[in-house]
Design a protein around this ligand. Sequence first.
Ligand code: HEM
Length: 390
Amino acid sequence: MGEGSKNHGHLAEVASLCLLRAYLDEPEAWYSHHYRYAISIMNEIVTGTPLQKSRTELQDLQKVTSTFLTSINSSFVDFFPQLNYLPKWFRFWRPHWEKMGAFHYDIFSHWWAEMKPLRVLKSKPSFIRNAFLENYSGTEEQAMYITMLALTAGADNPRMAMNAWVMACLAYPTTMQQAQDELERVCGANAHRLPSLDDLPSLPYMCAVVKEVLRWRPTVPLVPQRVLVKDLEFEGYRFPAGTEFLVNAISVCADGYNKPAEFHPERWLGSEEWGAGIEQDLWQFAFNAGRRSCVGYKLAQKELFVAFARLLYCFDFYPPSDFDDKELNAFEPGEPFPDNVEGGVFLQVYPPPGGEAFRHCVGWVRDTNGGIELNANNSTLAYYGYYRLL
Ligand code: HEM
């Protein structure tokens, strides 16, 4: 992803300050803060500039991703591609897909308009500058699609993982209490300082929480198919060239785990009870495996670590009513747990009792990082201009 990604840990730490403030100011919109967090990190990597987008603009972009993902294999034409050779007037399904394509194009063009001037040598190093400055032989439109796909690929999965983590916080309070205890042992019991990536080696339980969230609710349930280029014999079965394989991440992330439906970070820490440690040092299958597996797997786990550790250090999470932890609306930009009970379940986020200490904590980070503005009195109006990476 270019030079911007080398600095990814720092970007995540800075973006997390805005995440904390957003949780404090607008707890009811907690899920939309997740997307802003993830995309502001990716935006900085891709463009080298801070994110300056309104909530509506972010929701539109998220809608592009969700309509794209939910459209895969949703039309009979995907299974009978010969239908595409029928006369255009006969293809009654086209207007629907043309409308969607036009919507995606409009949103991408809107973002691209601000990005494309960054393809000059004097810009800050970024994915755009590195990929399209020299020796680029594609079209302008292709550059736009490549850039926007990089941006969205790296933002939506972390957003979904963060929503799943909140679900885990509600469903497994005792487990999260253990993670909070660990955070307090390392960073102080009264919001002395925020956890950071430097603390990673001292926070094994928190790291295990990240791994377990990705295993418990894999965000890419069916990984894009692979096609055999030559015949294969495997464990007594013969597969001819051309066979397509689809990885079912839900099943791979459950097989071999004790009580796979339950959330137990201990499995990643060598616990006999929850998996005998066999998972340790094994690949995290939520990112799939092989040459085309997720390129952002390290960045993703770091940014999730920062977000989970800091949120958990500063907030407690409570569901106002009963809920079903399997009902997670992954794709819509709105509240992700709306279908649980009639009337919807809305999460209540409470800062821990030492609220003043928390404010002090955020202030402490401002001082040490220098130049990061976190105005305690910012109003909702100032919100959009304010939540950016400085
Ligand atoms: C929770 C976070 C994430 C999860 C669960 C996730 C998962 C995945 C999965 C399952 C794939 C498909 C791999 C395959 O086909 O074998 C993928 C592809 C990809 N991911 Fe991620 N991802 C995450 C975060 C990120 C981030 C932060 C970035 C960017 C820095 C990123 C960039 C990409 C790219 C570029 C591809 C396409 C790779 C290729 O086709 O060669 N992902 N991701």
